[in-house]
Design a protein around this ligand. Sequence first.
Ligand code: EPZ
Length: 427
Amino acid sequence: MDKYVIRGGNPLHGDILVSGAKNAAVAIIPAALLCDEECIIENVPNISDVSICLRILYELGAQVDMLKKDTYRISCKGVRSFNVPYESAKQMRASYYFLGALLGKFGKARVSMPGGCPLGDRPIDQHIKAFNALGARHCNDHGMIDLAADKLRGNQIYFDVVTVGATMNAMLAAVKAEGLTIIENAAKEPHIVDLANFLNSMGADIMGAGTDVIKIRGVKYLHSTTYAVIPDQIEAGTFMVAAAATGGDVMVRGVIPKHLEPITKKMKKIGVNIEEFDDAVRVWVDGPLVKTSIKTQPHPGFPTDMQPQMATLLTLAEGTSIVTEGVWEQRFRYVDELRRMGADISVDGKVAVIAGTGKLMGAPVKACDLRAGAALVIAGLAAQGVTEIEDIHHIERGYGDIEEKLRGIGGCIEKVSSPSVRVKKAL
Ligand code: EPZ
């Protein structure tokens, strides 16, 4: 079992480069199934969720070639299978995008119910509602979701909740359906726009992505493309918070500052200095951090995927902050781990009250999900002493080369596997 060992207390300094967005890449890679030629996808992050997506494509019969560390050529012309088994799908939530992509390609799909971070109830009723509206029948057969349509036809889809996954899945299924699909109450995250841009670059006809009404006129054929995934705003935000939490001065490069606005605004409010450039943000701290209130919401609200990291920063601020989780039922499971590091946080349902203590101390902790793990990395970098984080496979799902990147700005973080730790102890 690998773990991160972090010696905290060093202010981070220097330049750090952000990779492609996980939540865009995990939809764009399955979307390659819809391409009738081959496509090249650039700026693909080096994370385990992407490896799983690429492996599923390969198992379905696609040809997948790595051209560079972050660039893949994908040809799905030879794909005949529409079956994504449990072993592959259970490993990540985003396996549900194979439902929409395979349905769009073949008019049928058989995909295991998805896995992913344990954040409370994660239904997929809105995904199914969209597939049904387009003419697909569905059934749950021993943990496998079966979809089949005689013909996919455009339709009006109204989502009862704002959902990223169902919005993207509806786009994937509708892009080659006959006629016009109108998605209402659509999610507006930057990765929704990125998926639409990718599909449009192959000849799809999608308008309105980034607003709450998306119109898709079905096309018969999608041609080849070369497309670069947008930068990951959550990875960028995580590095921004790490810079602030350690009292450092960091230039976070390769970002789209507009995508970071909900994060930037909150960080400025608590006293962090942020200067925006064309494709970079400089983050530094030269005074005390102060309390605030945060409520996570769908974009353009404050992103839930930054909630644990910001809560960690608020443990270092003066005063009592209130953090309300507005998207997921259970996204405070990391709080017990932060308490081990000296944080004073109480949780009541979806609300956390954080009494800033101004400091954290190193401790052995466990990552319980991806962003919880990112929060513990930040806490470890800011804390006095040594923090050991177990279950880092959660972190590797969404942060590529995180130790190298953080070491590049002065973070003292190392990945060690337990056997070598045992050897060291024995010595
Ligand atoms: C995506 O999850 C992200 N995952 C999550 O990122 C992110 O937290 C979430 O969007 C919100 O931004 C991927 O993109 C792979 P939703 P998703 O559908 O699509 C309810 C991370 O850390 N809902 O927008 O699964 C649901 O229960 C992860 O990177 C239904 O009720 O989220 C939730 O309360 C974790 N029925 C809300 O909508 C449905 O059919 C938003 O979920 C679907 C969702």
